[in-house]
Design a binder for this molecule. Structure first.
Ligand code: UD1
Length: 432
């Protein structure tokens, strides 16, 4: 996949009703970790249903930088890690994608050494890695930092009992990947329970790992001497599914997302229903039919899984802006995840932010405008707002959306949206 730079823009003509079916892509947040996990065994691992998105390309670059040979076509990726030699994740890649730090656990486990640029701040606020490092240190890793890098060294990691002070997704995954080759048993308590972690554990088990309790808050890993390459199919992307369900609902449409178990979106679907969206759950698909005129306000508080996903918070602000009544959204996972609110306000939303709370005064009519995507999920939310708005909306910096959504506008077009990518000068975006 190649996209041009930040010049890329998405022009959306709002007001049309979206209807039809889309097949969700493989989950970004699983695929990236599975790619990192392939480093744990020498040889060729095969991953199916890998989304062709920018973050996957960045992880591919990182694996290649380490010496892996990667082939990626038609959603299938092969990663040959036999020739991996380097143990360094350079600043250029980590700064582009924080998930680069997920190579730390696998590299220390297999090669005894990892040197990773410190991720630093990002537009979701400071994102620390203290839990990752505390776990690796507890397992016997010698941690050094300086010159913007953190380095972990260990001849042999050993199992530990660890209580995570916060169920961090990334820390749970890094420690899992470190523990599978450690000496003895590791118990992670208050571990994250995201479906993507279960997917990672399935892959690790198919590589020969011994893991109990995946998807619960106590995960027990008994280290094995070595792992072998394996083949795995990435689970569907629940955040993409949620985004397209909202797209249908806010346009008064009828959208079905296929390739996802409704169970992984339980609380999100509960909130959609509470708002007045008609939701139908099938074994491997979800259908939502909405009428914004009938939406009512609901309160939302983001929490680690199975709580309401922070990655759907921004998108949810759009139907709440249309709903009658006042909603309260509380962001508990990331410090600065309301950075997009000013852009949504430019489209006509009425939102007041105080710390980690946002009060949304609903019943607004949105009107198209030029807006800038500050990050991945906020970009998707602004596209949804554009679909619900009168007239044209121009999304700038749409490359943020490409980090996590595969063929975003193509899928919207399949549902009947008028959405065009352009790298050229903007169209006139005044509302018609
Ligand atoms: C992952 C997801 C991201 C999602 C998030 C929460 C990937 C690539 N990204 O991010 O899409 O929004 O989970 O569901 O899978 N924290 C610490 N110390 C640590 C680690 C984390 O304080 O050592 C804090 C972070 O600053 C943040 C919170 O914990 O405020 C959540 O972070 P975490 O669960 O680790 O999310 P990520 O793995 O970064």
């Amino acid at each position: 996949m190649s996209r041009d730079s930040g010049e890329s823009r998405l022009i959306i003509r709002g007001g049309g009703r979206l209807s039809g079916k889309i097949v969700v892509s493989g989950a970004k947040n699983s695929a990236l970790k599975l790619m990192a996990a392939s480093l744990l065994a020498p040889g060729v691992s095969v991953l199916h249903n890998v989304p062709d998105i920018q973050d996957v390309q960045t992880m591919r670059e990182l694996l290649e930088h380490l010496g892996a040979v990667v082939d990626f076509a038609d959603a299938t990726m092969t990663v040959d890690t036999a020739a991996v030699q380097s143990h360094v994740a350079p600043y250029e890649l980590v700064q582009r994608m924080r998930a680069s730090i997920q190579i730390m656990g696998p590299l220390v486990a297999r090669f005894g050494r990892a040197r990773v640029a410190m991720p630093g701040g990002c537009n979701l606020g400071p994102r620390k890695i203290d839990i990752h490092l505390r776990g690796l240190a507890g397992m016997g890793g010698e941690i050094r930092s300086g010159h913007g890098f953190v380095e972990v060294k260990a001849d042999k990691l050993r199992g530990i009992d660890m209580f995570l002070e916060y169920p961090s997704v990334g820390a749970t995954e890094n420690l899992l990947m470190a523990a599978v080759l450690a000496e003895g048993t590791t118990t992670l308590e208050n571990a994250a329970r995201e479906p993507e972690i279960v997917d990672l554990c399935k892959f690790l088990v198919s590589m020969g790992a011994d893991i109990e309790g995946a998807g619960t808050s106590t995960v027990r890993i008994t280290g094995v001497r070595e792992l072998h390459p394996a083949e795995h199919t990435v689970l569907g992307d629940r955040i993409e599914a949620g985004t397209f369900l909202i797209a249908g609902a806010v346009t008064g449409g009828d959208v079905e997302v296929v390739g996802i178990s409704p169970h992984v979106l339980d609380l999100f679907l509960f909130k959609l229903r509470a708002m007045g969206v008609h939701v139908q759950e099938n074994t491997r698909s979800i259908r939502a039919v909405g009428d914004p005129a009938a939406f009512t306000a609901v309160d939302i508080a983001t929490l680690p899984y199975p709580g309401f996903p922070t990655d759907l918070q921004a998108q949810m602000m759009v139907p709440l802006s249309l709903a009658s009544g006042v909603s309260l959204v509380t962001e508990n996972v990331f410090e600065k995840r309301f950075g997009f609110v000013d852009e949504l306000v430019r489209l006509g939303a009425e939102i007041r932010v105080d710390g980690n709370h946002a009060v949304i005064i609903g019943g607004r009519t949105l009107t198209g405008a030029i807006v800038r995507c500050p990050d991945l999920r906020a970009g998707a939310a602004l596209a949804l707002a554009g679909l619900a708005a009168e007239g044209f909306t121009e999304l700038r910096d749409v490359l943020h959306v490409d980090r996590g959504y595969e063929r975003f506008e193509e899928k919207l077009q399949m549902l009947g949206a008028e959405a065009e990518r352009t790298g050229a000068e903007p169209l006139s975006c005044a509302s018609d």
